[in-house]
Design a protein around this ligand. Structure first.
Ligand code: SF4
Length: 185
């Protein structure tokens, strides 16, 4: 575990955030000047400029931010984003606790002309004990309690060839696993 002796300067200990507007000097230990080589940032910029998929996503996201920042809800932003990148089919990786909201979200997307495909976190229905979680660490002890299955959510959405996947409320850690395996085109 990290202690105070391991103090390490990073953007969360920086008091300036001068990288944002470049209106004041960067701090001495700034990551922009101490951690990034010119070549490295140029390579990344090249992806944003020239890689067909990355360029489309990055530019669309920036245009949306400039056009709608603070004006649209996140759902409205997703609809705008999906339209602008030419998505036809939107995958929804949803938490069981937000399935009603996901249903509404799917209907809204369909209203805007998208196909949708939703996959619940509990898909597969396998008990948590099957991956070594002891009975006493279930929410409801002594009952069947399906494990969250973000990898299977990602695989099913990949089979459906979704163009864009949206995460609706997956738990901490399950969201990370979903993102690791998500393969939207
Ligand atoms: S990049 Fe530099 S200026 Fe920006 S938050 Fe990080 S340390 Fe601060």
């Amino acid at each position: 575990m990290a202690t105070n002796n391991d103090f390490c300067f990073s953007c969360t200990t920086c008091g300036l955030q001068s990288c944002h507007k470049r209106d004041k000097d960067l701090p001495k230990q700034c990551l922009t000047t101490t951690k990034i080589k010119e070549k490295e940032i140029e390579k990344v910029l090249d992806l944003y400029r020239n890689d067909p998929l990355i360029s489309k996503l990055a530019k669309t996201a920036a245009v949306l931010e400039g056009t709608y920042y603070g004006k649209l809800t996140r759902v409205e932003e997703i609809i705008q984003f999906a339209k602008r990148i030419g998505a036809k089919k939107v995958g929804i990786a949803t938490c069981v606790g937000l399935i009603e909201e996901s249903k509404i979200f799917a209907r809204l997307l369909e209203h805007h002309g998208f196909q949708t495909y939703g996959v619940l976190c509990k898909v597969g229905g396998r008990d948590k004990t099957e991956i070594g979680i002891p009975e006493e660490l279930k929410v409801l002890k002594g009952c069947h309690e399906s494990l969250c299955n973000p990898i299977m959510q990602a695989k099913l959405l990949a089979k459906e060839k979704t163009d864009l996947n949206v995460v609706v409320g997956l738990c901490v850690g399950h969201d990370s696993l979903f993102m690791k395996y998500s393969k939207a085109r």
